[in-house]
Write a protein of this length. Structure first.
Ligand SMILES: Cc1ncc(COP(=O)(O)O)c(C=O)c1O
Ligand SMILES: N[C@@H](CCOP(=O)(O)O)C(=O)O
Length: 466
């Protein structure tokens, strides 16, 4: 498998290179040159496999000869052995033909663990083989940061720097990051929003001297391996509900468009998907796009579903690449207009055949959905999941098709919002119960790329070997 940039001007890479490279050198995102294809028999055959085996089978075509099947099988076994539920991603029924995909059984209680537990092992394997070190630079609105830190803590070949928007993640999310005191972990609280943090990360990749000097690598969904690993659960859950004999619809709480893009990839690989519902909170650039064709930035508004407080959705560029027939010049032009004019429009005719629908959920609707879900199903759901449930219900076209809402985080990560909605304060699982008694370490920095770069240069071991 070869990987090409959405903007068409960066070197073509193999899997090993794409994992370590992060952002393409032309500013674009890497994509597989073509989508692997799975037959209905292949998909049916997933029914008897463990999650680790299904992942090894479905992801093998993306690896080319970068990693042997036996080594990769070991990695999926180890990565998914760290989950607290034997099914890894279990599915539960909420109502008639309505299901919840529980993505929060990993070590940091959000769907990010599914990809990052595997990515941590990929780093170990590839860096040991090359005898190299990398400096990971990432941005988080709350969940990627802790999942990436958990996957990389204590690793000798990796220093990890995570930027989060100061005061705009939940206390549990912040502490999950800042109480990890390993020497290779660095948390930076930026005076800004998530879009500022993500823009700084991309700017560091686009400074070629900086990225080469520090061997900068990415744990955000900039890194193809992140999206790749997220494809698996669409297949396994789809099969458990009758695919490929029937189509399935998914409602996906969305921000950076990585998770729902993985669902789109699954459909391109052969999974029958009727609808992919993009569910946003009031930071609704994606919902506005799918309903009007206009993609236009607006300020980021803090909400009770903070991980989705995003207005520039990184992976949307990957979707645009497919929408424009992998025409790198067309994608570059749209991205230039986003930077210079704040947005662009796509003719609605390009979306005619699309399986996407989209909607938004405001704060009151989120709280009401958490409350109603508890009343009707005796389940506590987190605010991101609630956004998915609300918008899924609003946008669903055919009630005879199973609708699966992705439950992207454990309610205990957002106890204040859940308590406000239900009067019940969800408890953290045992391994996190002393989270609020642990010491924190983080550095506050202004929303200034030079200040952030200097800090990283001062600390990165690749430049400052002891
Ligand atoms: C809990 C939660 N739900 C939903 C999302 C949105 O997912 P994506 O950014 O892949 O669209 C995020 C952040 O990525 C998240 O942390
Ligand atoms: N919601 C995310 C934002 C970063 O998204 P990513 O998928 O590109 O890592 C978070 O929790 O940090």
């Amino acid at each position: 498998m070869r990987y090409i940039s959405t903007r068409g001007k960066a070197p073509v890479l193999n899997f090993e290179e794409v994992v370590l490279t992060g952002l393409a050198r032309d500013g674009g995102l890497y994509l597989p040159e073509s989508w692997p294809q799975f037959s209905t028999d292949d998909i049916r055959g997933l029914a008897g496999k463990s999650y680790a085996d299904a992942a090894a089978f479905l992801l093998q075509p993306f690896l080319g000869d970068s990693i042997s099947p036996a080594d990769f099988r070991e990695m999926t076994k180890k990565a998914y052995g760290a989950f607290s539920h034997r099914a890894v991603v279990p599915v539960s029924q909420l109502g008639s033909n309505e299901f919840l995909m529980e993505l929060y059984h990993g070590p940091t209680l959000a769907f990010k663990d599914v990809a990052l537990q595997l990515l941590g092992l990929l780093y170990d394997h590839l860096l040991a083989r090359r005898g190299k070190r990398v400096t990971i630079v990432g941005a988080t609105s709350g969940d990627t940061g802790s999942a990436a830190i958990e996957a990389c803590r204590g690793r000798d070949a990796v220093d990890i720097f995570i930027l989060h928007p100061k005061g705009r993640v939940s206390d549990v999310q912040r502490r999950q990051m800042t109480t990890v005191l390993d020497a290779n972990v660095h948390n930076i609280a930026v005076e800004g929003d998530f879009d500022d943090c993500q823009a700084m990360v991309k700017a560091m990749f686009n400074d070629h001297d900086f990225r080469d000097e520090l061997a900068v690598s990415a744990v955000n969904s900039i890194n193809w391996a992140r999206v790749m690993a997220q494809i698996v659960y669409y297949f396994t859950v789809g099969v458990s509900l009758g695919a490929p004999s029937r189509a399935i619809s998914f409602s996906v709480p969305s921000g950076n468009f990585g998770d729902v893009y993985a669902g789109y990839a699954a459909s391109r690989m052969g999974l029958p998907v009727e609808q992919l519902i993009v569910a946003t909170n009031r930071n609704d650039i994606l919902s506005r796009f799918f309903n009007s064709g206009e993609y236009r930035k607006a300020g980021v508004d803090p909400t009770i579903s903070p991980s989705m407080d995003i207005q520039v959705s990184s992976n949307f560029e990957r979707f645009l690449a497919d929408l424009y027939g992998r025409d790198g010049a067309a994608v570059s032009d749209l991205m230039r207009r986003l930077d210079n004019d704040g947005g662009f429009s796509v003719e609605m005719s390009r979306l005619n055949e699309s399986i996407f629908s989209a909607g938004r959920c405001d704060e009151e609707e989120t709280l009401a959905t958490i409350g109603r879900t508890l009343e009707e199903t005796e389940r506590l759901v987190d605010p991101h999941t609630a956004v998915g449930l609300f918008v899924g219900d609003k946008c669903r076209k055919d009630s005879s098709t199973p609708l699966v809402t992705l439950s992207t985080a454990h309610p205990a990560k957002f106890p204040d919002a859940v308590e406000k909605a239900t009067g019940e304060r969800p408890k953290l699982p045992k391994h996190m119960q002393n989270l609020f008694g642990r010491k924190e370490r983080l550095t506050d920095l202004p929303n200034d790329i030079d200040a952030v770069k200097s800090f990283i240069k001062e600390r990165a071991r690749i430049l400052n070997a002891a």
